[in-house]
Design a protein around this ligand. Structure first.
Ligand code: ATP
Ligand code: MN
Length: 467
């Protein structure tokens, strides 16, 4: 992969099996400590793993006094040397330098990431630099692992990865809160006093950024059987919470010949696969989260993997909430949407682990969810987890043509706009189901990070689209 076959990652250099090898490493200085015995310890990180590589730089180096002794946090260097077993605790190896070449200096006076710890709020202002911190390096590696697990899980289970459009003319939920996409000169129109006419817009009609790829995924599920879409989604909801972003990533599997119970089994196996992989593949990063961010997280996730998820109907959940002695801000009433405080009570206090809530009132769920025999509820399922609340939302879809049409009329949807969606029920309809997992909520759950703004590289929230 490189013309220089001595160059290894710090991840590799830290492994015991590397002892005895002469290698080159390239990275950024975390700290430097000079020994009275006339040499220096330089802690180096290159992002390949959580841990640093300890470089022992002897005083005999040509540039020892001129450069090595001036290294500060953030400097970039190339070090050639021999890997030795390390006598120090917590590291198997160290690198005895034969040369240290400085590529880029880093002014200690103006570099914001000094040794001192900064709050996550402060680090958001330096989103271009925060990836260099321990926390954001660890979050990034776990996020990558989750993405890898998502693809591996679905590929191994014979799903096809499909790409659904980002620009769309349909509002999947039948609710507002969408970003408009337009190439019209809105300033010019406003100045001239002429009304906005979307027939002159790029697509000759109003278009938006997608809030979900589900409806389009259904078209492929009802042809290829098992598909998933995984991409960015956009919601202009003005909710300034620790669990909402205006731009987030969602993975949405959709499966033909699937009913609610199948869908629940799929969601459980899927989540457990993510947790298992993170615990196994990201052990150094997870140990950091355990020690510095969320004490107990490793044991908690391990327990979740081993036990079956609890199931509860919405109606049973309402009874539990009514019977609890909690004073909730929002009232509890059959037919009202559950608020985050209710969801968290159910998963954190009542169940003490993940819980799948099913059979919600049809009045609070979108038109595409399958109406149950009682006529009042739909075959919906939300997976709630401690610390986060809703992590997955899904349902069995309405496959009956007449019922779907009725629900669309009730929701006052434009039938012409959705004719293609209705066609799936006109031509060889089948029971089918799917769900959506918010990637950032999954990262929050695994890492224990409290704020969703700190598990995506560049968060977009109301009033904030910097970087
Ligand atoms: P909530 O009730 O928490 O606002 P929702 O019911 O509107 O979520 P769905 O439409 O069911 O969300 O979307 C599926 C999944 O996408 C959710 O379970 C959640 O994991 C994630 N999600 C939804 N909205 C957001 C958001 N604004 N930011 C981050 N993730 C989100
Ligand atoms: Mn939902």
């Amino acid at each position: 992969m490189t013309h220089n076959d001595r160059w290894v990652s710090i991840r590799e250099a830290r492994q015991e099996t590397s002892v005895g090898k002469t290698v080159e490493v390239r990275g950024w200085v975390r700290t430097r400590r000079d020994s009275k015995a006339g040499f220096s310890f330089v802690e180096l990180n290159d992002g390949s793993c959580f841990g640093n590589l300890q470089v022992v730089a002897p005083g005999e180096l040509d540039n020892y006094a001129e450069e090595v002794q001036k290294l500060t946090a953030g400097c970039s260097v190339v070090v050639v040397g021999k890997i030795e077993a390390s006598p120090a605790k917590g590291q198997a190896t160290e690198l005895h330098a034969q040369s240290v070449r400085v590529l880029g200096w880093c002014d200690g006076e103006t570099y914001p990431l000094q040794k001192k710890r900064h709050s996550f709020e402060k680090l958001r202002e330096w989103a271009h630099l925060r990836a260099r911190t321990n926390t954001f390096g660890a979050v990034t590696r776990v996020r990558n692992q989750i993405c890898d697990s998502i693809h591996n899980f679905f590929q191994e289970n014979e799903f096809y990865y499909i790409q659904t459009p980002i620009i769309t003319a349909s509002d999947c939920e039948g609710a507002g809160e969408m970003f408009r996409v337009t190439s019209l000169d809105l300033d010019g129109l406003a100045k001239s006093g002429r009304p906005v006419n979307y027939e002159w817009d790029f697509f000759n009609k109003p278009t938006y950024l997608t809030v979900s790829g589900q409806l389009e995924a259904e078209t492929y599920a009802t042809a290829l059987g098992r598909v998933y879409t995984f991409g960015p989604t956009f919601r202009a909801e003005n909710s300034n919470t620790s669990r909402h972003l205006a731009e987030f990533w969602m993975v949405e599997p959709e499966v033909a010949f699937f009913e609610l119970a199948d869908n629940m089994r799929l969601a459980e196996a899927f989540l457990k696969r993510i947790l298992t992989d993170c615990l196994q593949q990201c052990d150094e990063d997870m140990t950091f989260f355990e020690q510095r961010i969320a004490p107990g997280v490793i044991e908690q996730l391990t327990r979740v993997v081993e036990q079956p998820f609890e199931h509860m109907t919405y109606t049973a959940a309402i009874e539990v909430l009514e019977g609890s002695n909690e004073s909730f801000e929002y009232p509890i009433r059959w037919g009202a949407d559950l608020q985050a405080e209710h969801e968290r009570y159910l998963t954190e206090k009542h169940v003490g682990g993940p819980v799948i809530l099913t059979d919600y009132p049809s009045t609070i769920k979108p038109f595409y969810m399958r109406v149950s025999d009682d006529g009042k509820t739909v075959a919906a399922m939300d997976v709630l987890v401690p610390g986060v609340g809703e992590i997955i939302g899904g349902s069995q879809r309405e496959e009956r043509l007449d019922v779907l049409r009725r629900r669309m009329q009730e929701a006052e949807l434009d039938m012409d706009e959705y004719a293609w969606y209705v066609d799936l029920r006109r031509f060889g309809t089948v029971p089918h189901a799917g769900f959506g997992l918010g990637l950032e909520r999954a990262v929050q759950y695994v890492t224990g990070m409290a704020n969703i703004r700190d598990v995506i590289p560049f968060p977009r929230t109301p009033g904030n689209a910097d970087f």
